[in-house]
Design a protein around this ligand. Sequence first.
Ligand code: SF4
Length: 284
Amino acid sequence: MIAIELARVYGFCPGVRRAVEMVEEHLRERGPLATLGAIVHNARVVDRLASCGAQGVRALDEVNAPAVAITAHGAGLEVVEEIRRRGLGLVDTTCPIVKRAQEAAHRLSEAGFTVLIYGEAAHPEVQGLLAWTGGKGHATLVPTDAPLPKGGCLAVVSQTTKERDAFWEFVQAVVGQGQGVLRELQVVDTTCPETGRRYRAAQELARRVEAIFVVGSRNSANTRRLAEVVRATGVRTHFIESEDEIVPDWLAEMSRVGVTAGASTPDEAVQAVIRRLRELGGDR
Ligand code: SF4
């Protein structure tokens, strides 16, 4: 028998779970809607929602439904206004933690700060945060790219899914560069604790098992990063999208294996992997 152990924290974060539930409720009670971008980076969930009437679109011009859902990553205020201007219903699933980051970016830019976002400029959440700065924001992961307005005020916030320690290292570097240049520097830690909780739980699990199955879509940045964190512990790591990818030989001579999943992976995908592991001799 091979023992199967689940990470202490894994899978859907509260923000993604809430977004999916809001869309499901709308589909059930009010009918079809369009989602502006993928509601979650997981094909299983997107396909299920599509079969119930959720149309994924990249731009408002593509919408062919009476309502539009904004994803947990949020969007700029101008997107919300445009949805209303077009007479469409709005299902705003922006995660409350992302909303707090948007409010910070907006308040600081209104107060005259140049807003620096520690994050990936092309990521939808960062695009939304930039929009909330009213064009006065800048996003980067490289401290030397930070704008340093001479005698001016700089505020630093973070893309919510970035690791807290990495954010503060970035801040330290910017503080060093800004000495004697900036008049004022404000920092608002807008990182989300959920990401770090999944990493730490996976690292703890790695100490107790011989191999870990990381379940999630390859197009999910947070699951890819989770797999990197697991791999860095030295434990044998299998990054799989579904139970069909499990090779029975992977379990040869194993006595204890672990399972974890990214913040965009639904419970049903994790349960399907556990069922398959049981079929192959696992015990849980
Ligand atoms: S990772 Fe955090 S900020 Fe992002 S959706 Fe989940 S709970 Fe919200």
